[in-house]
Design a protein around this ligand. Structure first.
Ligand SMILES: *Cc1c(COP(=O)(O)O)cnc(C)c1O
Length: 459
């Protein structure tokens, strides 16, 4: 060590630190929606490429000043839009180090530190989620790329079993791969399949909560010709929070030789809670699982986890064995993800797991689901409001009479600013969706948000 870095010799870091603390301190009181539009932020930034250098302190000041009004308080305990997730303090602190350390996570020799942390975090994630301990975990950018990574391994493996080597021969002329998914799968499953050259999946009916109907799956596969087959299931429907019936569906799919993939972007973490674990009963029997660390686990963007039981299948799909790379017998971290160079995402996952421990993660999940249940009770008590889903986990879908009135409530909530809830459509109706995904949400946040909702809906 050669001396310490103080605010005096790295003033831009001291300034960024102060600005970050100001932002975090503003979260409790600021309006959750942004105060400025894209155009307003662009104007505040200025669009002329500078002809010469600017002092880093000035750059940081200018960036923060121009952007602050255009920031959404997604880390606020009152942000319930989409499925976003906040940032646990330990993960945020670790993420600052990740940027300062600037490690390239692709190769063991290039960063023994990240490789060690990734190995430990991999084992912890598998343990917490109750997944087979021999599985490989790829630390990718999010749920979309986790689905992509797992489905790439699936595609290559089912074709390999049919005697076709995708890596060598590509897809042109290959046997067809049949992909079957529930009708309420997440759109990113289709996106991943598109990236993989597999086209749109064949869909199987779902029930009133959006759960794939195992009898419909049985019917769909009854005449299956034994060719390459992938079945995609879901842990956590974005509208209802519902979980597919894993035991039954996996048994049917495996009877036909399918690779079963589970999209569990936010819902797979139910497995970490003794109270909610029953929702994922049987999920361990699948072949791959996609989840997000930046949703339920509350690490900062971006981090998804691609989990594949058969390590060799993932390595065959994602590995790149150029001579110039130092290859280790344990395999290289880049073998498990689409990228070669990448950010040290495992550092933040390790940090939040170290900070929370097994009981802390269970408590995190329990509190989110508990707040969702409180929202459901509060909404039901509003005149003319109706909760449309069985609130089994973290998602609440509500309507306020006609579609027009529901859309008015969505707009009214955004104008009010106390909380952010997303407008969506589910089963042909306009809905207001509440997703509780942030570690910092308190009972007070839920009460404040419900008070705002009561006021808006009462107008
Ligand atoms: C969020 C989500 C995804 C996509 O994940 P990203 O992290 O946004 O890429 C996929 N599936 C489900 C069920 C999701 O909730």
């Amino acid at each position: 060590m050669t001396g310490t870095t103080s605010g005096q010799d790295r003033p831009e870091l001291a300034r960024a630190h102060a600005l970050a603390l100001e932002w975090l301190a503003s979260l409790d009181d600021r309006a959750v929606p942004p105060a400025a539009t894209v155009e307003q932020v662009t104007e505040a930034l200025g669009t002329d490429l500078p002809e010469g250098p600017t002092d880093p302190v000035e750059v940081v000041e200018h960036l923060a000043r121009a952007c602050e009004p255009g920031l959404v308080a997604t880390p606020s305990g009152r942000f319930y839009g989409f499925v976003i997730g906040g940032t646990h303090p330990a993960a945020l602190a670790a993420d600052w180090l990740v940027s300062a350390w600037d490690q390239n996570a692709g190769l063991r020799a290039l960063t023994p530190a990240h490789s060690a942390v990734e190995d430990v975090a991999e084992a912890w994630v598998l343990d917490l989620l109750g997944l087979p301990p021999e599985s490989a975990v790829g630390f990718v950018t999010g749920g979309t790329m986790a689905n992509f990574t797992c489905l790439a391994a699936a595609r290559d493996e089912v074709l390999r079993r049919a005697g076709w080597d995708v890596a060598g021969r590509g897809l042109v002329g290959s046997p067809g791969v049949r992909v079957v998914a529930g009708e309420e799968r997440h759109d990113t499953v289709d996106l991943a399949l598109r990236y993989l050259g597999l086209g749109a999946p064949e869909t199987v009916a779902a029930d009133g909560q959006g759960r794939l109907d195992p009898a419909a799956l049985r019917d769909a596969l009854a005449q299956h010709d034994g060719g390459p087959l992938v079945v995609v299931l879901q842990a956590g429907n974005v509208h209802s929070g519902a979980f597919d019936p894993f035991s039954e569906a996996i048994e049917v799919a495996h009877a036909h030789g399918a690779w079963v993939h589970v999209d569990g972007a936010f819902g797979l973490f139910a497995a970490a809670s003794p109270t909610y674990r029953h929702l994922v009963d049987g999920v361990t029997g699948a072949d791959s699982w996609a989840t997000d660390a930046h949703k339920t686990l509350n690490v900062p963007y971006d981090c998804g986890l691609a989990v594949v039981r058969e390590r060799a299948a993932l390595r065959a799909a994602m590995g790149m064995h150029g001579d110039y790379l130092i290859l280790d017998e344990a395999g290289e971290p880049f073998d498990k993800v689409p990228e070669i160079s990448r950010r040290g995402r495992a550092f933040t996952v390790w940090a939040v797991l170290r900070a929370l421990g097994r009981s802390g993660v269970a408590d995190l999940v329990d509190r989110m689901a508990g707040h969702a249940a409180a929202f459901a009770r509060g909404i039901e008590a509003i005149d003319g409001a109706e909760v449309l889903n069985d609130v089994v986990f973290t998602q609440v879908c509500a309507a306020f009479g006609s579609d027009e009135r529901t859309r008015d409530v969505v707009r009214g909530m955004l104008a009010d600013g106390t909380a952010w809830m997303t407008g969506s459509r589910w089963h042909g109706r306009a809905v207001l969706r509440v997703s509780v995904s942030n570690w910092s949400t308190t009972e007070t946040d839920v009460e404040r948000s419900l008070a705002a909702l009561r006021a808006v809906a009462g107008r």
